[in-house]
Design a protein around this ligand. Structure first.
Ligand SMILES: Cc1cc2nc3c(=O)[nH]c(=O)nc-3n(C[C@H](O)[C@H](O)[C@H](O)COP(=O)(O)OP(=O)(O)OC[C@H]3O[C@@H](n4cnc5c(N)ncnc54)[C@H](O)[C@@H]3O)c2cc1C
Length: 430
């Protein structure tokens, strides 16, 4: 179970610039539905929206409000694909399942932008592409290899040399990389709130401040208990990612929650903005502890990276992000930094998202390893397909067995040690 968010870092740029949230009343008394969705981030909201659009009864329970978790706090980068390259995915999962995963993850960005257009979601979405920036020659070679693999599959992805990436980003800190034109960026909380509104309009019932406290198999379905009510459902979709609690053990032991943090400036003067990301792409770099950055619609510069478990450590990381920004863009020195915040991502042992069936009618989708704007949206759609009775072996993402991480209790020590090792390797440029 995650400790309460520190209020100092939960007041984000996104909540300060959010559209009005749709009303999601508390669950009270006894209710009944076909599919219950637990968790109101992109995974759960996309599942609820796709089910409701297909005319299936669906009720979503969210412990706080829609987008309260990572979906309302992230960098808003719409990143197609998975962490592994397409060839590696197909080699690992086979041509059939692997091929479906490559297709589903490659098209995930398009799904996001299509939903935004179809439902008129106001979230400053721009389809300008996603830049992956190489900090070493070895990383550049790997990214060029990635770009060629996608090109072979007909995707609009191109390798970048040092001059091209410098022109796109506005710094000569990177020696090349790639641009994936299927990606872009958006206001993450407004995207989540927009999905919630669209799901409601399509007929989904959304309850806020209704944490699922207890889940039982009643033989003819499931009963979920909250503080003020209970919900009977034929099947349940668990969509709690980095905020997974003890509701359905052993799910919490299949992921490690890791904090990611961001800092944002005040809106920048035009002459500074002209020199940073003039095409409004959102890059992530190739460091193991990667930096990801972008501008927002009001002309703020936002930098993100790995947080720490302690608040002191997290504050240190936020200071380091401001420093890294000044190094990349010296024109930022002395500007006002207006926001700092963070949230939890869910890391898996194999760095793949997991679609896991815990019981006949109980499916979980989680573990986006910090890359969930597009993937969680796409996973929610796959979960809706499963709930509507699509054949399991034909789903766009394979169902894999539950795999609790050994020694999960020691995860913080493991993560801290890995982070320290990665920091050293990044510093050495290896
Ligand atoms: C700081 C940060 C930056 C990131 N940047 C990017 C990025 O730029 N691009 C990208 O692709 N990804 C990014 N990510 C990752 C991305 O945000 C996540 O992968 C994605 O939002 C996961 O969506 P989700 O719906 O699965 O989970 P979440 O959005 O985390 O939602 C889970 C929800 O479950 C609810 N919940 C938990 N337990 C219960 C319960 N028992 N009952 C009811 N509700 C419950 C929680 O309240 C929460 O709202 C970032 C993440 C963070 C934290």
């Amino acid at each position: 179970m995650i400790e309460n968010e520190n209020p100092i870092i939960s007041d984000s740029l996104w909540s300060a610039t959010a559209n009005p949230a749709p009303l999601c009343p508390l669950l009270t008394g006894e209710a009944e539905t076909g599919t219950a969705v637990i968790g109101g981030g992109y995974t759960g909201l996309s599942a609820a929206l796709h089910l409701a659009e297909a005319g299936h009864p669906v009720t979503l329970l969210e412990a706080e409000g829609p987008g309260w978790g990572a979906s309302g706090r992230n960098g808003g980068q719409v990143n197609p694909g998975l962490k592994d390259d397409p060839d590696a995915i197909e080699a690992r999962f086979g041509a059939d399942a692997g091929g479906r995963m490559v297709q589903m993850s490659g098209r995930a960005g398009q799904l996001v932008f299509d939903l935004i257009r179809r439902h008129g979601i106001q979230c400053d979405a721009v389809e300008t592409g996603w830049i992956r920036a190489a900090h070493t020659l070895r990383a550049r070679a790997a990214l060029h290899h990635t770009a060629r693999q996608w090109q072979r599959r007909g995707a609009d992805v191109a390798p970048l040399d040092a001059g091209e990436i410098a022109a796109l980003i506005g710094t000569d800190a990177y020696c090349g990389g790639l641009i994936d034109r299927r990606g872009g960026n958006l206001h993450p909380l407004n995207y989540a709130l927009g999905l919630a509104g669209a799901a409601q309009r399509a007929g989904a019932v959304l309850h806020g401040h209704s944490r699922a406290l207890h889940l039982e198999n009643t033989g003819d379905g499931y009963r979920i208990t909250t503080a003020k009510g209970s919900l009977r459902a034929d099947r349940v979709l668990l969509c709690t990612n980095g905020y997974t609690d003890g509701l359905a053990p052993p799910l919490a032991r299949t992921v490690v929650p890791v904090r990611s943090v961001q800092v944002a400036t005040a809106p920048l003067p035009e002459e500074v903005l002209d020199t940073i990301l003039p095409g409004r792409q959102a890059p992530s770099d190739s460091r193991r502890l990667l930096l990801y950055f972008r501008r927002d619609a009001q002309g703020r510069f936002i930098m993100g990276g790995r947080g720490a478990y302690s608040d002191t450590g997290t504050r240190r990381q936020m200071a380091a992000l401001r420093q890294a920004s000044d190094q990349l863009f010296p024109q930022l020195r002395g500007v006002e930094w207006q926001f700092e915040w963070g949230g939890y991502i869910a890391v898996t042992a194999d760095h793949y998202p997991h679609l896991t069936r815990l019981d006949t009618g109980l499916l979980a989708g989680l573990g986006y390893n910090g890359r969930g704007v597009a993937m969680a949206t796409a996973m929610g759609k796959v979960m809706a397909d499963w709930a509507m009775g699509h054949r399991e072996d034909a789903l766009a993402f394979p169902i894999t067995p539950v795999r609790p991480i050994p020694l999960h209790r020691a995860r913080r020590i493991g993560v801290a040690a890995t982070v320290a090792g990665y920091r050293l390797l990044d510093r050495l440029g290896l």
